[in-house]
Design a protein around this ligand. Structure first.
Ligand code: GTP
Ligand code: SPV
Ligand code: MN
Length: 600
């Protein structure tokens, strides 16, 4: 027993309901309690009774506002602090002993400094509050691909969200006690002061410390902090990949299903693609799309050399604005009950409302809780979100909980690119595909604080989430091409190409299936394409465009490529790779040179 545990034992009034047989866990909980000084400790078992009690308490103190129980049973609105509505990348750190291991892609602090800073903030911060201990499992409890963690938090809102987003409670604790290892995540909402807010990762210690925010990616530590930043570090050591990708199944009329994993940056269409409803002609012909995951994908080679993927999450934390019966009917069906809405507006009869919901209701109250006034601010914050169990999704795949994962046939990269980038192209091999991922660019969105609409490099949609040096990450990706693995084909898409009038040229959403069908055709060796230096691009005739209205100009840019524009792009990619210095793998730099010289 260490000194801190003794301190804790000396506080007789500390009320605690549970515990664990795992000494490392009970010691850590005691240490945290001694530091943060909560009034009580609650070990979460994940039961319905526990959930009901927490919700009643949050209703009483206004953390959760019940919504219309006829239209949206068992659903709540949470209004966050107005300064706490998105991830804070400038306050997110990776603390490795050697700064180069974190890389130019991360903010860095020495581990000892990081701990000192955070422990200073955590000192006494839970006085008057209950400390919740949340054992959770990322991935199906029985899957060898899954990994566990424990989040300690003083936010019941975080507990309620973690219950939807992860396998939380008693079964997770059992696995943790059996395995003896877990990621440690300590979280406090603190004073919600943006000047006293940090999200710190200590990958070498499998530890996360997050202070001063209640927002999803900053506070639900199983999600981006564990399942991407810490897991990417573990994955590199253990020979797998932890990626910011959706996973979907595409079933053809013959009943064969291919699984596709796709990485798009935050608020660039993962949830929408994962829940895609086929266009009418496809539906009639018997095509189906199945949702495995909408945000995070863990994959590793199986015995047959194919990559097998699981969704480590159990729920969706999705962007509300823009979700409508037209754009994403499956998401809309998911959120009719048992849902927590964060920062949406409400109608006069207390239904959730957001921009683009496309119904005949009007907002009465905005996300700040003030009467809605057109032109003042949007009814819903642009990064308003819903939290809901994946099991409520009508398209939830029967394979989503398969402990073995699903075999991946294609990996797709994509971003928001108003110009230059065509609708789709295929990398010629794995190395080229890794370069395509490494060179990804996208315009920033409201999912993180900061300017929106600025083009930045966001390799593999992991810029905010890779827990180590991107140069090493690209080497890790390249290492999968070892002569034995049967790797998926790699593609790049752009649903966001704009015309001169500033409007999107491609209809997107359900019609994206046309592009996925072409990919499946390429995987099966049936579909055609035109080889260009940037990759294989389908001609219009290679895609099923029946019923899609596209102007001649749109067709030209969606299925064409602009050699001069790409030459400039490849110069810029070269400069970007150089920013990583000598750690950047030669194979990737050589690949860029090969294509740049083909471009002439
Ligand atoms: P995170 O949860 O932040 O990781 O976001 P995401 O990648 O899951 O993005 P999501 O599917 O929630 O989409 C974000 C925004 O992009 C929404 O406003 C969508 O309406 C819009 N969007 C999604 N797919 C398409 C598309 O195919 N075309 C167009 N034009 N917009 C799209
Ligand atoms: C994202 O920003 O990519 C999200 C939401 O999926 S968050 O959980 O906040 O990261
Ligand atoms: Mn995301």
């Amino acid at each position: 027993m260490n000194a801190m545990t003794q301190d804790l034992d000396a506080i007789p009034k500390l009320n605690t309901n549970g515990g664990t047989s795992l000494q490392a866990l009970s010691d850590w909980v005691a240490e945290v309690a001694a530091l943060t000084q909560p009034d009580a400790i609650h070990w979460c078992d994940g039961s319905d009774a526990e959930s009901a009690e927490l919700i009643a308490q949050m209703e009483a103190d206004g953390t959760l506002i019940p919504l219309n129980s006829e239209t949206h049973p068992n659903s709540w609105l949470h209004r966050s602090h107005p300064d706490d509505v998105a991830r804070v990348e400038h306050l997110t750190f990776v603390c490795t002993s050697d700064q180069d291991d974190a890389g130019p892609n991360n903010h860095w602090m020495a581990p000892a400094d990081g701990h000192a800073k955070m422990d200073g903030l955590f000192d006494g911060c839970m006085r008057g509050r209950t400390m919740y201990v949340i054992p959770y499992c990322m991935g199906p409890i029985e899957s060898p691909l899954s990994r566990c963690g424990v989040e300690i938090t003083d936010s019941p809102y975080v507990v309620a969200n973690m219950r939807l987003m992860t396998r939380m409670g008693a079964p997770a604790l059992e696995r943790i006690e059996r395995e003896g290892r877990f990621v440690r995540g300590l979280h406090s909402i603190g004073e919600l002061d943006p000047n006293r807010r940090f999200i710190m990762h200590f990958p070498e210690e499998l530890t996360i410390k997050s202070y001063g925010s209640g927002y999803g990616g900053n506070a639900l530590l199983g999600k981006k902090c564990h399942a991407l930043r810490i897991a990417s570090h573990q994955a590199r050591q253990e020979g797998w990949l932890a990626e910011h990708m959706l996973i979907l199944g595409i079933e053809n009329p013959q009943g064969q299903t291919h699984y596709i994993a796709a990485a798009f940056p935050s608020a660039c269409g993962k949830t929408n693609l994962a829940m895609l409803i086929p266009p009418e002609g496809y539906r009639e012909a018997g095509w189906k799309v199945w949702t495995v995951g909408d945000d995070i994908c863990w994959m590793r080679p199986g015995a047959d050399g194919r990559l097998y993927a699981i969704n480590p999450e159990a729920g969706f934390f999705g962007v509300a604005p823009g979700t409508s019966a037209k754009s994403n009917p499956n998401a809309l069906k998911c959120v009719q009950r048992n849902t927590i809405f964060t920062n949406v507006g409400v109608t006069a009869d207390n239904q959730p409302w957001w921009e683009g919901i496309d119904d005949d209701q009007q907002p009465a109250v905005d996300w700040r809780g003030e009467p809605y006034e057109a032109g003042k601010r949007p009814a819903a914050h642009p990064n308003a979100r819903f939290t809901v169990s994946a099991r409520q999704c009508p398209s939830y795949s029967s394979e989503a909980e398969n402990p073995a994962g699903v075999p991946i046939s294609a990996i797709v990269f994509g971003g928001r690119r108003a110009s230059l980038v065509p609708l789709v192209f295929e990398a010629r091999d794995w190395t080229h595909g890794v370069l395509v991922g490494a060179a990804m660019g996208s315009e920033t969105t409201a999912a993180a604080t900061g300017q929106v609409g600025v083009m930045r490099r966001d390799p593999m949609a992991m810029k905010p989430f890779c827990g180590y040096n991107f140069a090493d990450y690209f080497s890790h990706w390249l290492s999968f091409d070892n002569g034995q693995n049967k790797l998926p084909k790699i593609f790049h898409v752009n649903w966001f190409r704009k015309g001169a009038d500033g409007k999107f040229l491609w209809p997107g959403f359900g019609d994206n299936l046309r592009v996925l069908e072409w990919m499946v055709g390429r995987v099966e060796g049936r579909a055609n394409a035109v080889d260009t230096p940037i990759g294989a691009i389908p001609s219009e005739a290679d895609l099923n465009l029946e019923g899609v209205e596209l102007s001649d100009d749109a067709r030209a840019v969606l299925f064409g490529y602009d050699r001069d524009g790409w030459k400039a792009e490849f110069d810029s990619i070269g400069e970007y790779l150089e920013e990583y210095g000598p750690r950047m793998p030669e194979a990737l730099k050589d690949e860029r040179v090969r294509i740049a010289s083909e471009l002439g």
